[in-house]
Design a protein around this ligand. Structure first.
Ligand code: GLC
Ligand code: MN
Length: 373
C-alpha cells in the first residue's frame, strides 16, 4: 500500500506523535497516557481510513525496558514478546508498514548524561545493549530504517566534556549498529539515519545540523553508504536558523536524504513540533521545500514528527482529538503538495523580488494583480 503522490512515496505516523500526552516543562500531561496497543489501534484506524501507510517507534513507545533483562524480547513467553505480537497483529491487519525503529536513549534517567556518548563506559555498554534490543524489535516488525536521534548526547559544561573522546564514542556506538545488523544477518534494514538537532534536551547537542551529521557519516562511519540523514523540517533545522530548501538540496546533492521528519516551527524557538503548516509562520518555506524536492526529483517517505497543540488536547475525549490530529497532519501534507505543484520556476523576470512575488501569486492562485489606483 503506497500513497505515491508528488514526491511522497508513503506517509508515516509514528507511535510517539499519536501517543503524546502533551506535557511540557510547565505542566503535566493534558491527555491520559494510552497503552501502546491503543496507539496501534489508532494508527490502524488511520491506515484503513486511507490517511497513512506506515508507522515508526522508539522501543519505549511499545514496551517497557528493564536494564536487568536486556534480552527479554527473545523469550517468547515474556510480557514484552506477547505485547509486540499483539501490536504487530493489529497493524498487519490494517496493512501498515513499519518505517523506522529508534532506540530511546533519552527517556530513562540512567541516560541523563547521554546514551552512546555517556562518559561512563558502563552506561555506554548498557546503551549498546538497548540499541541491540531495538534492532531486534525493528527486525521483528520488518522496519526499513534504524534511526539515531542525537537526544541527550550533548553537553552543558565544556570544561568537563571529554572532547578528545566524545566523537569516538559516537562513532563506536553507530558502527555497532551496522556490525550488529551484519552479525545477526538482518535483512529488513535498507539503511540507517542520523537525526540532528541543535539543542534540547541538552544545552548543546553533538550533531546539531544536517551538515554535521553528513560530515560525520563520511568521516567516521564504517558503512557510509548505509547511513543517511533524516532532517526534521521545519523544526530542528529552524531552531538553528537553517533553511529547509537548502537543507534538502544539500543532502540530496550527497545522496544522503533518506527521508524527512515533517512538522512546523517558529524560527529560533525551542522545538515547537507543531503539526505541518500550523502556527504563525513557515507556509512559504514549507511549500518551497517541496518545490525544491520536486525540482531535484527526490521521492521518498514523509514521516510526521509533531504533536497536536497542547491547547487543543481534549481530556474529555482523548481518542477523538488524536484522530483529528492525524487528519490535520495528512490534510496539511496534501495541501502543501498542491501548493508546491502550482509554483513554476520563472524563465524570465525583471527582478528577483518580482520572481518571488510571481511565485506567491501562483501559490495562492491570485492571477494578475493590478496595484494601480
Ligand atoms: C524522535 C524524534 C525526535 C523527538 C524524539 C522524542 O526520535 O525524531 O525529533 O524529539 O523522538 O520524542
Ligand atoms: Mn524527529
Amino acid at each position: 500500500m503506497d500513497f505515491n503522490q508528488g514526491c511522497v512515496s508513503y506517509r508515516s505516523m509514528p507511535f510517539w506523535c499519536v501517543g503524546s500526552p502533551l506535557s511540557d516543562p510547565f505542566g503535566g500531561a493534558v491527555l491520559d497516557r494510552i497503552d501502546s496497543l491503543e496507539v496501534a489501534k489508532l494508527i490502524a484506524w488511520a491506515g484503513k481510513a486511507g490517511y497513512v501507510e506506515a508507522t515508526s517507534f522508539h522501543d519505549d513507545d511499545l514496551v517497557p525496558w528493564n536494564p536487568e533483562q536486556p534480552e527479554d524480547d527473545l523469550d517468547p513467553d515474556s510480557d514484552v514478546s506477547k505485547k509486540l505480537h499483539a501490536i504487530k497483529a493489529v497493524l498487519d491487519q490494517a496493512g501498515i508498514k513499519f518505517h523506522a525503529a529508534t532506540c530511546s536513549l533519552h527517556g530513562n534517567k540512567i541516560f541523563r548524561d547521554g546514551g552512546l556518548c555517556n562518559p561512563d563506559p558502563a552506561i555506554r555498554r548498557l546503551a549498546a545493549k538497548k540499541v541491540e534490543r531495538t534492532l531486534r524489535i525493528g527486525q521483528f516488525f520488518g522496519a526499513k530504517y534504524y534511526v539515531y536521534w542525537v537526544a541527550r548526547d550533548g553537553f552543558e559544561v565544556p570544561v568537563i566534556t571529554k572532547w578528545g573522546h566524545v566523537y569516538d564514542f559516537l562513532a563506536d556506538g553507530l558502527n555497532h549498529v551496522t556490525d550488529y545488523i551484519a552479525e545477526k544477518k538482518m535483512t529488513n534494514y535498507i539503511g540507517a539515519t542520523i537525526e540532528p538537532k541543535p539543542n534540547e534536551p541538552r544545552g548543546q547537542m553533538f550533531l546539531p545540523t544536517s551538515g554535521h551529521a553528513a560530515g560525520f557519516i563520511f568521516g567516521r562511519l564504517k558503512k557510509p553508504d548505509f547511513w543517511g540523514v533524516n532532517p526534521e523540517l521545519l523544526q530542528h533545522e529552524s531552531m538553528a536558523l537553517m533553511n529547509a530548501s537548502m537543507t534538502v538540496a544539500y543532502l540530496c546533492s550527497m545522496n544522503k536524504l533518506k527521508f524527512l521528519h515533517f512538522g512546523s516551527q517558529i524560527k529560533a524557538q525551542f522545538d515547537n513540533d507543531f503539526p505541518p503548516l500550523i502556527g504563525p509562520e513557515g507556509l512559504k518555506e514549507t511549500v518551497m521545500m517541496f518545490k525544491t524536492l520536486n525540482d531535484i526529483g527526490w521521492k521518498g517517505v514523509i514521516e510526521y514528527d509533531c504533536h497536536m497543540l497542547r491547547a487543543e488536547g481534549n481530556p474529555e475525549d482523548d481518542i477523538a482529538c488524536r484522530k483529528q490530529f492525524i487528519i490535520n497532519c495528512v490534510t496539511a501534507l496534501s495541501m502543501v503538495l498542491k501548493l508546491a505543484e502550482r509554483v513554476e520556476t520563472p524563465t524570465g523576470y525583471t527582478s528577483q523580488s518580482s520572481a518571488d512575488l510571481l511565485s506567491i501569486r501562483q501559490m495562492c492562485a491570485l492571477g494578475d494583480i493590478d496595484p494601480r489606483r
